[in-house]
Design a protein around this ligand. Structure first.
Ligand code: EPS
Length: 393
């Protein structure tokens, strides 16, 4: 663990966002355009707020790439916040003469109250700036580097929306078959849902929430295909792949629940109905093993180790905590009852959260692949990977 790691910095309305990525192999072809395509996907989605009309997220590669290939050195990225133009005084690095009104009415559901108390502040602004999901732009840029590497190993990652508000795609136990999903349709859907009728219903639910000054949560699903058997390990708690994925997905702003495979639905089943029967099958060139599974309720992970099936993760995301029609709170400067702070917000971020989760899954899988196959340059890693597959007995 920790072969591939990153740190981010930046405030929502500061000058920009930065990331430093360490551990990627040398000689991986990488272009800014590839990263920016992913950043564009994160900005989409019906229910996004006015900020997304201001921004046009683009990552500038500052270090770690030469002549289109990674060098093995840390990769440094910078994403400009266009909106900074309008926030230069509030987010000034040096003290300013003008009196800036502090934010003192915490939003229930946001980091405001606990963050302000923990850091001993009188103004919520520094907390809300860093707790904002704007930070996920850097995660998607980093995830794009991980995804580029995984592509070389034949691993792909997709996401789709399963639930928005009370509009549900299907019973929670039925899992998407990656092979049968129309991913192109998902990509052009404003809510990342390939089912036309549900797509309409989801958009109508978002319109209704907007009209009421409210917000909506939901559930998204992330699927990775082509994952080799043997990533992660059963031997220690922090090596388990499912635990590592759960932490990465749970760390996405507003996520409140994560399940792998049939997840929570498995609690209600008998053992005979919960597991995935092992059947003999021809040796697969891509997977390296001569068996197949009748189902994939485990979501591609058994005992904390990838089992060669698609990895399927779902997560529940709560409605955004910034409401146009704010909830009651208190003004911390006076102790009086007051409405929670509101500037502007998204109505629903479930589709964007799916893209962010793809990125986080890519980071975990790239890390697990580098841990398993090693190598300091792409050729070395690919040689090790092919050797491993051809030696599975
Ligand atoms: C976001 C930028 C933010 C929000 C959103 C995500 O911009 P602003 O605060 O200027 O409107 O749109 O942040 C939140 C959902 C949140 O709760 O903080 C982005 O770039 O994704």
């Amino acid at each position: 663990m920790g072969q591939f790691r990153f740190l981010t910095g930046g405030e929502s309305h500061g000058k920009g966002l930065v990331a430093i990525v360490e551990g990627m192999v040398a000689a991986l072809p990488l272009k800014e355009g590839y990263i920016n395509k992913e950043l564009m996907r994160r900005q989409q989605g019906y229910g996004r707020g006015p900020r997304m009309k201001i921004e046009e997220d683009k990552a500038e590669i500052i270090a770690g790439v030469r002549y289109g290939l990674t060098t093995g050195s840390p990769i440094a990225l910078f994403i400009t916040n266009r909106d900074w133009q309008n926030w230069q005084e509030q987010l000034s690095i040096s003290p300013v003469e003008k009196e800036i009104e502090p934010v003192t009415c915490p939003r229930p559901g946001h980091a405001d109250l606990a963050g302000l108390t923990k850091y001993g502040l009188k103004d919520i602004r520094p907390i809300m700036e860093r707790a904002s999901a704007r930070e996920t732009a850097t995660r998607v840029a980093v995830g794009a580097i991980a995804r580029r590497f995984l592509e070389e190993l034949g691993i792909a990652i997709h996401s789709r929306t399963v639930v928005i508000g009370s509009v549900s795609h299907e019973p929670s136990a039925s899992l998407c078959e990656a092979g049968s999903m129309d991913w192109q349709q998902v990509e052009v859907s404003p809510v990342r849902c390939a089912h036309a009728e549900l797509e309409k219903a989801m958009m109508a639910a978002i319109d209704e929430a907007k009209a009421n000054g409210d917000t909506l949560g939901g559930i998204f699903e992330v699927i990775s295909t082509g994952v080799p058997i043997g990533l992660g390990s059963h031997v220690s708690w922090d090596r388990r792949l499912d635990g590592r994925i759960a932490q990465a997905i749970m760390s996405i702003n507003a996520v409140k629940g994560v399940e792998i495979g049939a997840g929570f639905a498995l609690a209600e089943r008998k053992g005979s109905q919960a597991h995935d029967v092992i059947e003999p099958g021809p040796r697969s060139k891509a997977k390296g093993f001569p068996w197949r599974r009748a189902t994939n309720r485990a979501g591609g992970i058994e005992g904390g180790i990838s089992n060669g099936e698609d990895i399927i993760v779902r997560a529940a995301i709560k409605p955004i905590a910034t409401l146009a029609n704010p909830l009651p709170s208190i003004d911390l400067s006076s102790g009086e009852i007051a409405k929670a702070h509101y500037e502007r917000s998204d109505i629903c971020v479930v589709p964007a959260a799916g893209v962010i989760a793809e990125s986080m899954l890519a980071v975990v899988l790239a890390d697990a692949c580098l841990e398993k196959f090693g190598g300091d340059n792409l050729k070395e890693t690919l040689t090790n990977y092919r050797n491993y597959l051809s030696n599975i007995s």
